[in-house]
Design a protein around this ligand. Structure first.
Ligand SMILES: Cc1cc2nc3c(=O)[nH]c(=O)nc-3n(C[C@H](O)[C@H](O)[C@H](O)COP(=O)(O)OP(=O)(O)OC[C@H]3O[C@@H](n4cnc5c(N)ncnc54)[C@H](O)[C@@H]3O)c2cc1C
Length: 646
């Protein structure tokens, strides 16, 4: 339960006044660090995905001394590489009446009016610069016949603003950011540390001054110090065990920073993506995304009668097919936002209309698109996705509809940051999916790449200067200061005590049990009883983990089980905070659907009077009793309405 103290108020520091000039006025007010002084500063960047790599490269290019860390063997392995569908930008290349304001509006509405207005507008504003930057780096975006960049549509919008590189947009963007990063490694301005995992944040006199890392090849712990620390360590969807994320994505860096004082904001906001290959076995460890871009041409349906659910799709006549998204939401049809599409897939499966062996799947059918445009056109747009689907399922999606079902995918919550992307801990900045971000309670498709690169290329490099300018005369503590030594000891002891349990259950089995519980009780829909049950069970699983986990091998060498154990230990604590946040938020908003709060049509029903705020949790020293803080959300440029995609 939350700590009994009444919630205190957090200030975002976002500027007021006309929306369209807020960022430029703020930039003009930010202090600068002169070029000759920049070389006196060091900045640690943890994470080399799109957010971290773009930030590290840009800061180094500006002249700061950057130390970049990743637990991967190469920055190119960051989970950003998996992004398929595209990246949004308000370029209006299709001349379909897009604009910065429209991208801002779609994002605020898509997030069910739980995002911060100034941040969301800034995101829309800098989106155009990202495309220019990426094109200049040579990112091979898809082009029209005449050479102009192509666009497609993603959910929750009525324009085409998504730039893409076939189904490999994240990989191509990451190659761009990685090239920039490597260029700076070559100049000596970036010191790149691969296979090093952050285990703790070092706080000295109330400021973030360093990190503790474990060298994954030797098991040794080291402290690294700097004037500021930037976390770009990704999201926490793997708390559900089965998700579309890479299997080593985790919450560790953010959670350890939280335990050193950084607030965790809106952890209950998770995106369950509607189009994933359904789970097919109990011992599966990963789910595969089928990009939302497929909904541009694929039609979602289930049999209208439960009696037909066992038939193969071609045996079901057109009149007996229930195109439920097109029927319920005629304006947006199959392109409704992800939270709406996922909930509706669950509803039809709950009603016995689900297809496939498990009856927890719906069809995504390309027959009409292939008839209309030809198989070659569909192949040129989605060839690699169709290939991936065929490899995994053994079905040919050119001939028979894909079967899809929602799966945990993205996390809108994360460490709380102000308008400058600085956490409540001075000197700790958080970017990309790791921060609680600009997306409110639901993220629109193709907006995560946009946000990660906006943060890394165009926001943090300005705002961090505002902080560093005040640190010109500060001395960075040495790596053997008391605080660093104590943090190293804490990390060593935490690993050793897990290793010493020598119980009988594998780390994986605890993770799987936690994930199933989270999916069932803290997943697509939640209710009070389920959330209370989840909190009780999480505590029991956590207790058993401490008494019965078995970690084979040696802690002082390469040992993936130790790595996993530390991450699962953090998920077991974080999960409680997430469930508590969901319990406390007595409304439905975007991806947070409380069954007690819904409209008669089954849509999310917000409570703007009582919950138009960000909830940020402070670690109190006891994971079962965090302290609640709130940042109230003000909207001057949109009217808060019941979100409708009909
Ligand atoms: C399958 C899939 C498809 C997607 N498709 C799209 C799409 O088409 N469009 C879109 O906009 N979004 C998409 N997304 C979302 C998007 O890819 C992510 O939100 C985004 O790439 C996250 O970038 P990031 O830099 O914040 O984090 P990541 O790319 O996850 O990078 C995190 C980095 O932090 C490092 N790290 C983490 N913890 C530690 C630690 N403790 N110590 C050291 N290093 C650490 C990792 O090694 C890595 O380098 C997709 C997501 C998935 C799962």
């Amino acid at each position: 339960m939350p700590n009994a103290q009444p919630p205190t108020t957090l200030e975002s520091g976002a500027p007021g006044g006309p929306l369209e000039t807020r960022w430029s006025r703020h930039k003009a007010d930010l202090k600068l660090v002169g070029p000759t002084n920049r070389r006196k500063f060091s900045v640690i960047v943890v994470g080399t995905g799109l957010a971290g790599a773009s930030a590290a490269a840009t800061l180094a290019e500006q002249g700061y001394n950057v130390k970049a860390f990743t637990f991967h063997d190469s920055p190119r392995r960051a989970h950003s590489v998996a992004a398929q569908g595209g990246i949004n930008a308000a370029k209006n290349y299709q001349n379909d009446n897009d604009s910065t304001f429209r991208l801002y509006y779609d994002t605020i509405k898509g997030g069910d009016f739980r995002g911060r207005e100034s941040n969301t507008y800034r995101l829309a504003e800098v989106s155009a610069n990202i495309i220019d930057q990426a094109v200049a780096q040579g990112v091979p975006f898809a082009r029209e016949y005449g050479g102009t960049l192509a666009n497609r549509t993603f959910g929750g919008v009525l324009v085409s603003r998504t730039f893409y590189a076939r189904g490999q947009t994240g990989q191509q963007l990451l190659l761009g950011a990685y090239s920039s990063l490597n260029r700076m490694v070559d100049t000596g301005k970036v010191e790149l540390h691969t296979r090093k995992e952050m285990h703790d944040l070092i706080v000295v006199d109330g400021k973030a001054r360093g990190i503790v890392v474990r060298d994954l090849k030797t098991g040794k712990f080291e402290a690294h110090m700097a004037h500021a620390v930037v976390l770009g360590t990704g999201g926490y969807a793997n708390v559900f065990y089965l998700s579309t994320n890479a299997m080593n994505c985790n919450v560790t860096a953010a959670w350890r920073a939280h335990k050193r004082g950084a607030f965790m904001a809106n952890p209950c906001y998770t995106q369950i993506h509607p189009t994933c290959i359904p789970q097919h076995g109990d011992y599966q460890s990963k789910l595969t995304l089928m990009s939302e871009s497929l909904r541009n041409d694929g039609r979602v349906w289930v049999p209208r009668n439960p009696a037909d659910a066992g038939k193969s799709p071609e045996q079901i006549a057109a009149a007996d097919r229930y195109y439920y998204l097109e029927e319920k939401y005629p304006t947006f049809g199959n392109m409704v936002p992800r939270d709406v599409a996922s909930r509706n897939a669950k509803y039809v499966c709950d009603d016995g209309l689900g297809v496939g062996a498990t009856k927890r799947a719906v069809y995504l059918d390309f027959a009409d698109a292939i008839r209309r445009d030809g198989e070659d056109t569909i192949r040129s747009k989605y060839g690699n996705l169709f290939h991936m689907y065929a490899k995994i399922t053994g079905d040919n999606p050119y001939k028979t509809p894909m079967r899809i079902y929602p799966a945990p995918h993205y996390t809108m919550g994360g460490l709380w940051v102000d308008y400058n992307l600085m956490s409540n801990l001075p000197g700790l900045f958080v970017i990309g999916e790791a921060n609680f971000s600009d997306h409110g309670a639901n993220r629109l498709g193709a907006s995560a790449l946009m946000q990660g690169l906006a943060d890394g290329y165009f926001v943090l490099p300005y705002t961090i200067a505002g902080y560093l300018a005040g640190e010109l005369h500060a001395t960075v503590p040495s790596a053997d200061c008391d605080e660093a030594k104590a943090a190293i000891d804490d990390s060593k002891n935490a690993i050793q005590s897990l290793f010493d349990v020598k119980g009988s259950r594998s780390v994986e089995s605890f993770h799987r049990e936690l994930g199933l519980l989270m999916l069932d009780k803290v997943g697509v829909s939640r209710n009070r009883e389920g959330l209370e049950h989840a909190i009780g069970r999480i505590r029991e699983i956590r207790d058993e983990f401490k008494q019965n986990v078995r970690i084979p091998g040696d802690p002082n060498m390469v040992n993936p089980e130790i790595e996993k154990a530390g991450r699962v230990a953090d998920f077991l604590e974080f999960a409680e905070c997430k469930a508590l946040d969901a319990l406390t938020r007595e409304e439905s908003a975007g991806g947070h659907f409380r069954e007690e709060h819904q409209t008669p049509e089954g849509e999310a029903k917000r409570d703007d009077e009582n919950f138009c705020h960000v909830t940020a949790w402070e670690y109190s020293g006891d994971v079962t009793a965090p302290v609640e803080h709130r940042e109230s959300l003000e909207f001057e440029y949109v009217k808060l309405t019941q979100r409708s995609y009909k």
